[in-house]
Write a protein that binds this ligand. Structure first.
Ligand code: LLP
Length: 392
């Protein structure tokens, strides 16, 4: 089922813009809740970095999710959208002092600390605020993931997390520092992961570490396994809702935990990717020497993923059912890498046609830039289109 409105309806707003299908968002949130309800210890924190559109955030917070934030800006956005402070975690490899202070003053649930030096800083700032900060150590598990190199995070060559070899030193530091209390461990191996065996490897590494800690009589009440569940970019309609059952079952089966522990998941992409499309208009068709260029009014400023990760997004011509032709669909930005897709078959494109670039709900709007003097564009929810418009 394709839930996008007609081209005439989409054409009622100034392009380019993001279109978010709130019905699909709700079906996705319901699917996640259905699965997590089966496991008493599982809780999901939405990773705001995927998309922090205020209205989407409100709906996600109203559905009872927590928030995974990586900056003071995201913490502020989460609070504004109604996420309770005690369901907010603060991660990130380079937290500034003012951001740590903000998080302390707001009494967030937990800091995910990524280095020994950061532990000292959180401790010092918590002392100034006369608080004891809850921390989890983000451990770099040195587990690979079958995904693009730029979005792998759990290998020792990546900048993220405390190296496995320093974990015990960090735990000792936590017991020495009076203004922090260690409550858990945090992991994240990468993003756009569709091979469940990567998550099995993650579970195995966490199990090994927990066994080692238990032998030293260290029992942590909180394990955060990160996010990373991928979506189907080839078939955004057939794969509209990711296989949350397989994902959560993998952890239920392979992660060892006790009934005193809570297991947190930080899903971003799988929550919002499929509900969003980038809507763009064809400006020109240019006959190159060897190919045809379809030049559109959206570019890497609105969706960076194809340029940055050679990511594939399905493109549809919503205005035409004509004969198929092959195009390079390109944006207007002065960069050769500003290509949405190369050699795609589309119904014959003409100036003024409306294209939908699908699966753009995650890491689209949140990674937008103003390069080339372009203003940031709007994100509209499906219910921002009046009933009349929707009938067009
Ligand atoms: N937790 C941590 C610690 C993370 O670093 C990330 C993503 C997430 C959770 C959420 O991961 P997700 O469920 O969305 O895969 N811009 C890239 C993705 C970068 C992901 C960064 N970290 C892209 O467009 O593919």
């Amino acid at each position: 089922m394709n839930a996008l409105p007609s081209a005439a309806c989409l054409n009622t707003k100034q392009t380019p813009y993001y279109y978010y299908d709130t019905q699909l968002l709700h079906r996705t949130l319901d699917a996640i809740k259905r699965e997590t309800d089966k496991h008493a210890h599982f809780e999901v924190h939405y990773a705001l970095k995927a998309n922090a559109h205020p209205q989407l955030l409100q709906q996600i917070s109203q559905a009872g999710f927590g928030a995974d934030c990586v900056s003071g800006g995201e913490i502020t956005a989460a609070l504004k959208a109604g996420f309770p402070a005690n369901k907010i975690v603060f991660a990130g490899v380079g937290k500034r002092d003012d951001e740590i202070r903000l998080a302390l003053q707001q009494h967030i649930f937990c800091f995910h600390v990524e280095s020994l030096e950061e532990l000292e800083v959180v401790n010092a700032l918590a002392a100034q605020e006369q608080q004891v900060a809850r921390v989890a150590l983000r451990i770099n598990p040195n587990v690979g993931a079958h995904t693009h190199a730029h979005i792998t995070t759990g290998l020792s060559e990546n900048k993220f997390g405390i190296p496995l070899t320093q974990m015990n030193t960090a735990i000792d530091a936590c017991s020495r520092l009076e203004h922090i209390t260690l409550i858990g461990l945090h992991f994240h191996i990468g993003s756009q992961i569709t091979d469940m065996s990567d998550f099995v490897s993650e579970c195995q590494r966490i199990n090994e570490l927990q066994t080692e800690l238990n032998q030293h009589d260290i029992h942590l009440r909180y394990i955060n396994v990160g996010g990373g569940l991928g979506v189907n970019y080839d078939d955004p309609d057939g794969g509209a809702i990711p296989d949350f059952q397989a994902y959560f079952d993998t952890f239920a089966q392979h992660l060892h935990y006790t009934k005193e522990q809570t297991i947190h998941f930080e899903l971003g992409r799988s929550v919002v990717a499929q509900c969003g499309s980038l809507i763009s208009k064809v400006l020109y068709i240019k006959e190159g020497e060897h190919k045809k260029f379809c030049i559109i009014d959206a570019g890497m400023t609105e969706l960076l993923r194809p340029a940055l990760y050679q990511a594939h997004h399905k493109i549809e011509n919503r205005s035409s059912q004509g004969a198929l032709e092959t195009y390079d669909v390109v944006g207007p930005i002065c960069e050769s890498s500003d290509v949405m897709a190369q050699g795609v078959l589309l119904p014959s494109c003409h100036r003024g046609d409306i294209l939908a670039i699908r699966s753009a709900g995650a890491y689209g709007e949140s990674m937008a830039s103003q390069y080339n003097g372009r203003p940031l564009v709007q994100g509209y929810l499906s219910n921002d289109f009046s009933l009349e418009e929707r009938k067009i």
